[in-house]
Design a protein around this ligand. Structure first.
Ligand code: CTP
Length: 386
């Protein structure tokens, strides 16, 4: 259920609704009277293909007397944008319109994305209302900082739509099969400096690792994502450590895995680093240039502990033989092998075609699928391993 209240940020709620619907969620929208001053219910009706609930006492509406049914059938109640007024009403248990009634009656988790003027947000009474609701288990996502519609700059703007989307997924995953599990995921390529300007890196986009981190989070896990430089959005609700070199990643993974249940090493780690990094920019005066490379530690092979170790092998030839060797050499519980020379399976794309290999000789060849889908299958197998 999406509760929409009277803020100029209502138009962003329309974008959010569209994304939720596209992702397969069934969205019932409840609008307060003030929200309807900004946007017509028709906007949400067109996006959700469902009636929008606007009034409590409209006898012509089949949903009018249904606020308890609405509250009962919700898996999560999201209020976005949420004004200071609805937050205050929820804190004190008011039930004078359809949204506050539903919020009071529901047993589903409640997620609130506030949007208001910074003075209203910073007011001790609003802060107290938020603190009390948090104590009762309500999740708050945002608000963000920046330019506000009232012309000031400060804290109070509706946070990023994708963060709100993620907060909904986290709320829905509270009873997921990875609840209570601490999972470390690495993603992306590493960067080895040559001089202050140049570096050696690889073509990994980080998409597979990020998909794994998000999927594990959505299934209730506590996720620590350790990632090399890249352009992907930092997922909301995961612990995030940004690293640059293989040695940085080595240190971060060593520390993170002291207390974890599983590690999923999707990162493309540089096997070598420049032995001596030039302090100043190297000039092009010489006719040729050689760089001496020193070997980096093998992060995955070095990890010991009572946790599940899952590796990845991206190969351009002898896929399964190479993957099998890595599975054994690194003492893994599973390796995900993919042939980067195949269409749809290379670096940077949104799809992958992988074979899973296990120490007992089992192999599972998977068809081409999205990295998101593959992430869930890898996590299914990870839970089987527990
Ligand atoms: N890996 C690692 N530390 C490294 C290199 C790789 O932890 N220094 C991990 C990767 O994250 C991946 C697995 O080991 O999960 C296999 O990585 P890959 O690059 O395919 O294999 P390498 O062991 O580096 O062997 P090669 O480059 O010779 O194929």
């Amino acid at each position: 259920m999406l509760g929409v209240t009277g803020s100029i940020a209502v138009y962003k709620a329309a974008d959010l609704t569209s994304r939720l619907v596209k992702a397969g969620y069934i969205v019932d929208v409840v609008m307060t009277e003030a929200a309807q001053e900004f946007v017509q219910p028709l906007t949400f009706q067109a996006l959700t293909h469902r009636p929008v609930v606007t009034e409590m006492f409209n006898l012509h509406s089949e949903m009018a007397v249904e606020h308890i049914a609405l509250a009962e059938r919700a898996d999560v109640l999201l209020i976005a944008p949420a004004t200071a007024n609805i937050i205050a009403k929820l804190r004190y248990g008011f039930a004078d319109d359809m949204l506050s009634c539903t919020a009071l009656a529901t047993r589903a988790p409640i997620v609130i994305a506030p949007a208001m003027n910074n003075g209203m947000y910073e007011n001790p009474v609003t802060q107290e209302n938020i603190a009390v609701l948090k104590e009762r288990g309500v999740t708050f996502v945002g608000p963000g900082e920046g330019y506000l519609a009232c012309g000031t700059v400060g804290r109070g703007r509706l946070t990023e739509i994708m963060d709100i989307f993620d907060a909904v997924k986290i709320a829905l995953g509270r009873k997921g099969d990875l609840m209570g599990k601490r999972i470390v995921v690495t993603a992306g390529g590493t960067e080895e400096p040559i001089d202050p300007v140049r570096c050696i890196t690889n073509r990994s986009s980080g998409k597979m690792g990020y998909a794994l981190a998000e999927a594990a989070r959505d299934r209730g896990a506590e996720v620590h994502l350790i990632a090399g430089p890249g352009s992907l959005r930092t997922p909301y609700g995961v612990r995030f450590t940004a690293v640059r070199t293989a040695n940085d990643m080595f240190a971060a993974v060593q520390a993170a895995t002291r207390d974890c249940h599983a590690v999923l090493m999707a990162a493309a780690v540089s096997d070598y680093r420049v032995a001596e990094v030039a302090k100043q920019k190297i000039k092009k005066s010489a006719s040729s240039l050689s760089l001496e490379l020193a070997k980096n530690p093998d992060i995955l092979a070095s990890l010991t502990g009572d946790f599940i170790k899952i590796g990845f092998a991206a190969e351009s030839q002898d896929l399964l033989a190479n993957a099998q060797m890595k599975l054994q050499a690194k003492g893994l519980h599973m390796i995900v092998a993919n042939d980067i020379s195949r269409a749809g399976s290379g670096f940077g794309g949104d799809t992958n075609e992988a074979t899973l290999l296990f120490p007992d000789g089992r192999r599972e060849a998977l068809p081409l699928m999205t990295k998101e889908r593959l992430a869930h299958i890898i996590l299914d197998r990870t839970t089987d391993l527990y």
